[in-house]
Design a protein around this ligand. Structure first.
Ligand code: FES
Ligand code: FE
Length: 439
C-alpha cells in the first residue's frame, strides 16, 4: 500500500477549521479504493465492533454467524452458558466451520474433512487420527477466539490484540444512550427474529452520516411525513432537540417529544384501541424512573452512532443497523428490530408494522435514504467539486438535531485513526460532554 506517497500530509482528507466555522471532507474519502483498503486495517482492525445482541444466542449451543469488519465470525453461547466469538475459519485448512446464519448445536462440524468442535470452541474430533504424529495435540487446534465483551446486552468484538480500551471505555458517552435503550424493559430487550440484509451502491460512511442526519428528514421523506399527518400524528419538528458528540467518534441526536413510540408514547397513528395500554405503560415508567428520566426513555426520538459502523435508531421503533464496507463504492446493511421482551403481542405487531413502514428497506424512508446516498456517490464522479460540507451548527453552543455535530465527531475520529492516532480526546470534546462546545 503506497497511500502515504500518494497522499502527503499537506493533502488532508478532513479539513476541520473551527476558527472559520468550516468543516469539509474531501470526496476521495468516499471513492478511493486505497483508502477503503486502509480503513479495514486502521479502523476495523482496531476498534471494538458490534457483533450482535445477547438475545440472539439465548440458549446453550445457539449461535449466529456473520461478517464483522470484513471477517467471518461466529458468536456462540457454549453449553457452559458463556458467549464467545470465534473466527469462522477451520484451524485445519480454513473452510467456514459454520455455514448457516443461525442455529443451535452441540458441536460445529467443518464440512471439508469433518473436524468437529464443541460449542465452546474446542477441537473434539478428527477423522482417521492415526494420520498425525505424537506431536499433534487437539488443544492446539481449537477455533480461534476473538476478544469480546458486552454492554447491556450488546456484544462487541475487537481484532486488536493490543486493544488499549475496555469496551466500556471505548463506548465512552454512548453508554448513556445504550442505557436509554436497554431500560425500556425490566424484563430485558430482545432482537425480533429475522434480519433484513440489503445494501447500497455507495460508500459505507454515507449511510453512517445519513442515519444521524435529521436535517434531511422533512426534505427527503415527504411521503412519510404526509403519511404520518394523514393518520393524525405530528412528524418531527424542523427545529429543536440537540446533537451530541459522545467521544471517540460516537454521536447522537435527540429529539423530544417523540413522533410516536409503541412503547409508551401514544399518538393517533397507533389507533384508539391501544391508547389506554400505551398510556398505562408510560405511567409505569414514571413510577420506575421518575418523570424526567421516564420522559427521556419513552418520549424522545434518538439516533445513536457508535463508531465505526453501528447505528441504533430509537424512533418509532428500534432498529439496530450494522453497516459494512464492500470496497469504496458499495456497502452491506444488516437491520434488525429490538423490542421489550415482555411486550403484548398486539403492541409487538404494531411495532413491527411501524418498523417496516418507516425503517424497513421497503418502507417509506429507507428507500429514500438509499437512493439519495447512491445519488451522492454518483455525483462524486464529477470531480469538479472536491469537498463536501459538514459545518452546520459549528456556530452554536449546543447544536440542534438538524446540525451536523455527530457526523463531525465521526469524521474527526476517522481522521485520527487513519493517521494512526490512538484517538484520545481533546479537552472540550470529552466523552459525554453535552453539546460538545461550539464546534
Ligand atoms: Fe476443516 Fe479440513 S478444513 S476439516
Ligand atoms: Fe432518512
Amino acid at each position: 500500500m503506497t497511500i502515504e506517497l500518494r497522499r502527503p500530509v499537506h493533502d488532508p482528507i478532513v479539513l476541520d477549521d473551527p476558527e472559520r466555522l468550516s468543516f469539509r471532507v474531501d470526496r476521495r474519502a468516499y471513492t478511493d479504493e486505497d483508502l477503503a483498503a486502509r480503513e479495514l486495517t486502521r479502523i476495523f482492525d482496531r476498534c471494538w465492533l458490534y457483533v450482535g445482541h445477547e438475545s440472539e444466542v439465548p440458549a446453550p449451543g445457539s449461535y449466529v454467524a456473520r461478517d464483522v469488519g470484513g471477517r467471518p465470525v461466529v458468536m456462540a453461547r457454549g453449553s457452559d452458558g458463556v458467549i464467545r466469538v470465534f473466527a469462522n475459519s477451520c484451524p485445519h485448512r480454513g473452510a467456514l466451520v459454520c455455514s448457516q446464519p443461525a442455529g443451535q448445536v452441540r458441536s460445529f462440524r467443518c464440512p471439508y474433512h469433518d473436524w468437529t468442535f464443541s460449542n465452546q470452541g474446542d477441537l473434539v474430533g478428527v477423522p482417521i487420527p492415526d494420520g498425525y504424529g505424537p506431536g499433534f495435540r487437539k488443544a492446539d487446534f481449537g477455533l480461534a477466539r476473538h476478544q469480546s465483551d458486552s454492554y447491556r446486552g450488546f456484544v462487541f468484538v475487537t481484532f486488536d490484540p493490543q486493544q488499549p480500551r475496555t469496551l466500556t471505555e471505548y463506548l465512552a458517552g454512548a453508554t448513556e444512550y445504550l442505557d436509554l435503550v436497554d431500560d425500556q424493559s425490566a424484563a430485558g430487550m430482545e432482537v425480533i427474529r429475522g434480519a433484513q440484509l440489503h445494501g447500497a451502491q455507495a460508500n459505507w460512511k454515507l449511510m453512517m452520516e445519513n442515519s444521524v442526519d435529521i436535517y434531511h428528514f422533512r426534505a427527503l421523506h415527504k411521503r412519510y411525513v404526509g403519511y404520518m399527518e394523514s393518520l393524525g400524528s405530528v412528524p418531527p419538528r424542523r427545529r429543536g432537540g440537540f446533537g451530541r458528540a459522545l467521544g471517540l467518534g460516537h454521536g447522537a441526536n435527540e429529539l423530544p417529544p417523540a413522533a410516536a413510540r409503541p412503547l409508551a408514547y401514544w399518538t393517533p397513528m397507533f389507533g384508539p384501541e391501544v391508547r389506554p395500554r400505551i398510556e398505562a405503560t408510560a405511567a409505569r415508567f414514571v413510577e420506575r424512573f421518575g418523570p424526567e428520566r421516564a420522559q427521556r426513555i419513552t418520549g424522545t426520538n434518538r439516533a445513536l452512532l457508535i463508531f465505526p459502523n453501528l447505528m441504533i435508531i430509537d424512533a418509532i421503533a428500534i432498529t439496530i443497523r450494522k453497516i459494512d464496507p464492500v470496497g469504496a463504492g458499495r456497502m452491506a446493511i444488516t437491520s434488525v428490530a429490538l423490542a421489550p421482551r415482555d411486550e403484548d403481542p398486539d403492541i409487538r405487531e404494531l411495532r413491527k408494522s411501524h418498523y417496516l413502514t418507516f425503517l424497513g428497506p421497503a418502507g417509506f424512508a429507507t428507500p429514500d435514504d438509499i437512493e439519495i446516498i447512491e445519488s451522492c456517490q454518483r455525483g462524486y464522479l464529477n470531480r469538479a467539486v472536491r469537498y463536501s460540507d459538514l459545518s452546520r451548527g459549528m456556530n452554536k453552543e449546543v447544536p440542534e438535531t438538524t446540525d451536523e455535530l455527530p457526523a463531525r465527531e465521526f469524521w474527526r475520529q476517522w481522521d485520527r485513526l487513519m493517521h494512526g492516532d490512538d484517538g484520545h480526546h481533546e479537552p472540550g470534546r470529552r466523552a459525554g460532554a453535552q453539546g460538545a462546545g461550539p464546534r
